[in-house]
Design a protein around this ligand. Structure first.
Ligand code: AMP
Length: 396
């Protein structure tokens, strides 16, 4: 796979697909992490004297009123601050104004086009990877760089589409994510998976793909109770994903030595953050109690496995981390991994949010920001952009 380093960028119109799909409230950006992550690739291109054309989606555009809500202009001032450079903006995705602005670009200039999903209003052209739109966008540049890791699992006109008509490669963010995630595929043992979160059902593909590869799978969070019930424990009012009970029984009998379940929990009679909670062994939960976090014996048990790990992948919190009282298990294990300097990769929205709140994101080996893309990768699905690039390379 070619990276941006492999091309001579001088004087070239380089289209960079970034992911500026930032969370917002009333036109205020709540978290600019995604913009910061795009910085290295953009500045590299300007330093190499490219004429940079940025494409990104923002939110979803289904109706006319979504246009105003998802105007990409909202990111311009933050982007300028992060890059320390002027950013030109054109509020169109195609047409004369776009073409004129591009024609007037000088080496090192940066131009951001309007939200690619504006093209979804008329027949979902962006999301359905419309060929005419893909060809048009490709005609605006000399080279295409995909640095939008968060959308790698999708085949849209601004990602896969353009690359069908233009020489293409990946940017630094995508390269970094792929390098970190591919270290989970290698023969790095002991390889420990930590899975938490709410429902087993949502994680079946992940479990299926990862269980054969790992040495131990430590299960916490709400999903542990479905496994515990399948093992015959009475879990009271805890979250149980009934549709997945049979599945859990099968997994337990197929991999009896790989699964590690909680031995104690923090439980309460209510799903609220009040102080009426107790730590109990797993066989002591009464009918009207629910488990909301892993207990201290479980934290020690998990640490014991983590101590010898060569590599760790963690998805999903160990408890209801949104509540002050039930974030301890997750935070203690995060702290342990940081203090012991264990090679840890976090992936998926909630565990990344927990690590961000604990301010340990920069202290871990890799925190994957891809959300859905990261999980699909770990489920063993191929990224369409990479697949097509590899096929192109093979034909050469
Ligand atoms: P997921 O998106 O599947 O990773 O699930 C994350 C959600 O799981 C978070 O909102 C947590 O509050 C929730 N969760 C974690 N542990 C529990 C638990 N013991 N009972 C209920 N929900 C939980």
């Amino acid at each position: 796979m070619k990276t941006i380093r492999d091309f001579d960028l001088k004087g070239k119109k380089v289209i960079i697909r970034v992911d500026f799909n930032v969370p917002r409230k009333k036109n205020k950006i709540l978290d600019d992490t995604r913009i910061k992550k795009a910085k290295d690739t953009i500045l590299y291109a300007t330093k190499k004297k490219a004429k940079v054309i940025l494409l990104s989606h923002l939110g979803r555009v289904k109706e006319e009123e979504d246009l105003k809500k998802n105007d990409l202009k909202v990111v311009v001032s933050t982007l300028q601050k992060i890059l320390g450079k002027k950013v030109l903006f054109v509020s169109k995705t195609r047409g004369e104004e776009v073409e004129e602005k591009i024609a007037s670009l000088k080496e090192g200039d940066i131009l951001l086009l309007q939200n690619t999903r504006y093209e979804d209003l008329d027949g979902k052209k962006e999301s359905r990877c419309d060929a005419e739109l893909s060809k048009y966008w490709a005609s605006l540049g000399d080279l295409f760089i995909n640095d939008a890791f968060g959308t790698m699992h999708r085949a849209h006109a601004s990602t896969v589409g353009i690359s069908r008509y233009l020489e293409s490669g990946i940017g630094f963010l995508v390269e970094k994510e792929l390098t970190a995630l591919s270290s989970l595929k290698c023969e790095n043992h002991p390889y420990i998976i930590m899975l938490g979160g709410a429902k087993v059902e949502d994680k079946i593909s992940l479990i299926e793909n990862l269980l054969p590869k790992c040495d131990k799978m430590l299960i916490g969070g709400g999903m542990a109770f479905t496994f515990l019930q399948a093992e015959g424990f009475d879990v009271g009012n805890s979250l149980v994903d009934r549709a997945s009970l049979d599945y859990c029984s099968k997994v337990i009998s197929k991999y009896p030595d790989k699964l590690v379940l909680p031995v104690d929990i923090i439980c309460s009679k209510e799903f609220t953050d009040n102080d009426f909670y107790q730590e109990k062994d797993i066989n002591e939960i009464s009918f009207d109690e629910m488990g909301l976090d892993i207990g201290s014996k479980t934290v020690s048990l998990f640490e014991n496995y983590l101590k010898d790990a060569s590599i760790i992948f963690w998805n999903g919190p160990m408890g209801v981390y949104e509540f002050e009282n039930y974030k301890k298990g997750t935070n203690q294990l995060l702290t342990y991994l940081v203090e012991e300097k264990k090679k840890t990769i976090l992936g998926g929205g909630d565990i990344v949010a927990a690590a961000t709140a604990l301010k340990v994101v920069d202290k871990l080996y890799h925190v994957s920001t891809g959300g859905g893309a990261t999980l699909e990768y770990l489920e063993g699905k191929e990224f369409p952009f990479l697949k097509e690039q590899e096929e192109k390379d093979e034909k050469k």
